[in-house]
Design a binder for this molecule. Sequence first.
Ligand code: CA
Length: 528
Amino acid sequence: MTQPLTITMHPGDNVAIVANDGGLPAGTVLTTGLLLRDKVPQGHKVALEDITADAPVRRYNVTIGHALKAIAAGSWVHERLLKLPAARELTGLPVATVRPAPQAPLEGFTFEGYRNADGSVGTRNIFAITTTVQCVAGVVDFAVQRIKAELLPRFPNVDDVVGLEHTYGCGVAIDAPGAEIPIRTLRNISLNPNFGGEVMVVSLGCEKLQPERLMPPGSFAIVDERSVAGRLEGGVQTAALDVVCLQAEQHVGFMSMVESILAQAEPHLVRLNARTRTAVPASELVVGVQCGGSDAFSGVTANPAVGFCTDLLVRAGATVMFSETTEVRDGIDQLTSRAANAEVANAMIREMAWYDAYLGRGQADRSANTTPGNKAGGLSNIVEKAMGSIVKSGSAPISGVLSPGEKLKPGQRGLIYAATPASDFICGTLQLAAGMNLHVFTTGRGTPYGLAACPVIKVATRSDLARRWHDLMDVNAGRIADGAASIEDVGWDLFRLMLDVASGRKKTWAEHWKLHNALVLFNPAPVT
Ligand code: CA
């Protein structure tokens, strides 16, 4: 049989994970001489020593649980043997105590992007139609199909047309605390760098979220000639919001609405089509990293490779956002230590406390995060999952924090914590609102995830998944577990692929197949 492969993350650990495809049978003798007492599935943990009842079980040099009964060396350590530790209190945390050694700037890397009037850079040239309310979704979808079929052939530089459809906008307590999150998310998505500053809104008319509330004067700049004639309000140049209102008296019949949308779309398409890609420094990348369908390899192969790439990007002056509050909550002490200053550390604590309270209102806690697939993949609980998730953030100091739905401020760069739920679709939606122009997504169990607004590079944690999903996974980090590549090799491969994808020279598999998930707004406020 093949050589037994186990991976230990830290010398202080008393468990390792089995790397072999299909796991290892009972009776296997490991290279250390340890005899396996049980069959251990791939990605699952084996006890490296006898662990007494109540003793800590350690992985990543962190206590991931306490043994519910004595566990003999060589036994399979599964979630039913572990008691979840209590969440770390949010008081008395170390603040900005870790000062990572400054790394040499990484210079000379560029990509071909679309420079926007506000200074941001797009990686795609997409016309987006904003909607105020779900009621208009069917009409917008109909109009988008016609724009693609009838108008887009005349505008070959425009990559795509998307309707920003969502379930918000009416039937909601729009003034309740928390309602600002979905509203600013939608506003800021409309301003994503990949949409070129062209804002057009389709409204129903009677909805709670009126166009002027969604896009108030001064919240956006219009780059066409109308901005010259725009009003100066509070020193901010504004222009009339471009709205199609379906209930407007002028519309007689469905086709009138559709023709209006097509007519108003055309000037936006003309301007987008006139744009060209130009060489810009890699510092213009705004990368959102997240994971989904995680397994025990996520924290061993894909996420460390992404973390290495995160450090490369930060050295190149780019912006990298990591997120997923319930998956970093158990490592909050590591993160406040790495905060660039006390203000950043306090903002991290504020976001964790807000989320603890949010979960508490639903009588849940962070342990609600793990899925049956996580457990089948060897992740016993949220502490183990969190330790593997955090490594996506690399080693740079954390330079800023965004609340859910907030947008990066001009000039805000480096490693940013963008607070979001861990839900794949909600996290991706909120990172789009923050200004993401490229998304990196790691998966162990496998997910065909994609976004219409932004390229998504998917990284497989295991070679078995990369082989089976050869036309869905863009990068195979399983080579690390196979011993065929180092974390650094895969990190550099990912960095170069990102520049190719950002330049439009390569498409991701999700783009190739046109796979994308819905925008899912995070609404912590009541629905009426
Ligand atoms: Ca996720």
